[in-house]
Design a protein around this ligand. Structure first.
Ligand SMILES: Cc1cc2nc3c(=O)[nH]c(=O)nc-3n(C[C@H](O)[C@H](O)[C@H](O)COP(=O)(O)OP(=O)(O)OC[C@H]3O[C@@H](n4cnc5c(N)ncnc54)[C@H](O)[C@@H]3O)c2cc1C
Length: 474
């Protein structure tokens, strides 16, 4: 009897590692991945002879999961930090450095914020300062991020700073995203603080947090790998094999059923052959729309709940420009484009400024993000159309005087799960529905957090729940 993990993204990798490390090499852990490589969203594109990340390019190091995983894979010597991490925002034809003293786009130190927030109108700044005196905001249980930010600082702060930053990370809108599920730190600290001001509540939180640190907080709390984040993928594969995990690539799980003594994971291989894997425990670490299909034979109602977790489409365009192509000075690590700009570009990372390995004497590399939830304009375009559209927008934003010499495009039709109001309750309900299926776990970015550290934790926790002592599976 064995254990099966379905989905070889970072969540499934983490889950399979945890199972194999705890059970030992004879335990029979199989990782089933439909693609020809592991890694899921963690992959790179070739731009000529340069590899550039098509998905995540870094992970947050405020929590330990990411670095611990890299250490486990023997990659501690390869960990690298961005050279610079300082965003700009593009407003009405001008590029402004994002003000200091923000947390998740929200002003924390109002005084210094007001001095440096020149991208806001006079009224917008005045409105932001009202956070200090307005009565405490009462929050509904379905509060969105925008509902709190608008109430405290006004719509300008939301639209020009918080939405491009937090909405950008999630490829969603702060008017749709759950305060509770996406930025719990904001909600929890505002709720528990005696201050009416959101800025003050967050300032108190950061001070208390930093006081408890054994060393000063990192100025750039992000890390990646010297050759790009997807360097971890072959190392993870190798480590899994060393642990005795059977890795099935080009193998698509098509259904999960169960009999009295085990689950049966049906798998179709790339060559058309099929295979039934009997498993004592199964962890499903796929995107929600696949998880839904896989568990529909076991619990159709629960499957419907899972399918209500939707995704935003993203197309990532990597472009190489000759050096000195931009009249705009590329300071910082990139620029955020608020949706009021109405183009398809949501952010441009100055990749060659951010990462030393991408810094070339003769060229500049940009990573250009397009697409958000309910906005498929970019992904609907052909490669040629998308490339022209993006080039035109980059030209306007960065004042390009030359054309890109190379372009590569990655399309993620279902890039980032959208955690809408009541997301946490929905996930709790789903897990409650599945509680009667002992030995079956769901995990991954659809449920427990979209960032890489959260996915690692989600996979690990699924493994730990699977290993809780059980008598039988039914
Ligand atoms: C453009 C972009 C930029 C991002 N930037 C960052 C960032 O900078 N920092 C950060 O922390 N996070 C970032 N993220 C988010 C992060 O990359 C993802 O949330 C995370 O990688 C998801 O991991 P996962 O394993 O849960 O899912 P996935 O990576 O989606 O893995 C799921 C796996 O399941 C496989 N699969 C699907 N169906 C089947 C099936 N039937 N049978 C077997 N296998 C199947 C898939 O092929 C895939 O390998 C970004 C995401 C995107 C798209």
């Amino acid at each position: 009897m064995s254990w099966v993990v379905v989905g070889g993204g970072i969540t499934g990798i983490s889950c399979a590692i945890e199972l194999a490390e705890r059970l030992g090499s004879g335990a029979g852990v199989t990782l089933v991945e439909s693609d020809s490589v592991l890694g899921g969203k963690i992959r790179s594109l070739e731009l000529g002879d340069t590899r550039v990340e098509a998905g995540p390019d870094a992970f947050l190091t405020r929590t330990t999961q990411g670095v611990e995983m890299l250490e486990k894979l023997g990659l501690q010597g390869e960990i690298t930090r961005p050279v610079i991490f300082a965003a700009n925002v593009y407003v009405k034809g001008k590029m402004y450095a994002v003000p200091k003293g923000l947390m998740l786009g929200v002003p924390v130190e109002i005084g210094s914020f007001l001095k440096s927030a020149s991208m806001l109108s006079f009224f917008g700044r005045l409105r932001a300062a009202l956070d200090l005196i307005l009565p405490k905001t009462k929050l509904a249980s379905d509060a969105t991020i925008a509902s709190l930010v608008n109430a405290r600082f006004g719509k300008e702060v939301n639209d020009i700073l918080v939405d491009p930053m937090v909405g950008g990370i999630n490829a969603g809108s702060t008017t749709d995203l759950s305060l509770d599920a996406v930025v719990p730190v904001m909600l929890e600290n505002y709720k528990k603080s005696s201050s009416r001001s959101l800025a003050r509540s967050l300032l108190l939180h950061t001070k208390a947090r930093d006081k408890n640190l054994s060393k000063p907080p990192e100025s750039i709390p992000f890390a990646s790998l010297a050759l790009g984040l997807d360097e971890l993928v072959p190392h993870a594969h190798k480590y899994l094999l060393e642990l005795g995990v059977k890795v099935l690539l080009d193998s698509k799980a098509t259904s999960i059923t169960k009999n009295e003594s085990s689950y049966i994971v049906s798998v179709r291989s790339g060559d058309g052959s099929t295979l039934n894997l009997n498993a004592k425990g199964v962890a499903v670490a796929t995107p929600s729309y696949i998880t839904k299909t896989l568990i529909s034979d076991l619990d159709a109602q629960c499957a419907n709940k899972i399918s209500s977790i939707e995704y935003a489409p993203v197309a990532m365009i990597i472009q190489r420009y000759p050096i000195n192509s931009f009249e705009r000075k590329l300071t910082g690590s990139g620029v955020l484009i608020p949706r009021t700009n109405q183009g398809v570009v949501t952010a441009i990372t100055f990749a060659s400024r951010k990462w030393s390995r991408l810094n070339f004497e003769d060229s500049e590399i940009l990573r250009i993000s397009t697409g958000t939830f309910k906005d498929s304009r970019a992904i609907a375009l052909s490669d040629q159309e998308l490339s022209s559209q993006v080039t035109a927008e980059v030209c306007e934003i960065l004042k390009a005087t030359k054309e890109p010499t190379q372009t590569a495009i990655a399309r993620w039709p279902a890039a980032l799960a959208q955690y809408r109001p009541f997301h946490k309750q929905l996930v709790q309900e789903i897990r409650k529905d599945l509680a009667s299926f002992t030995g079956l776990e769901i995990c991954g970015s659809a449920f427990d957090g979209i960032g890489i550290p959260a996915c690692i934790e989600s996979g690990k926790n699924a493994a730990l729940r699977l290993l809780e002592p059980t008598e039988n599976i039914c």
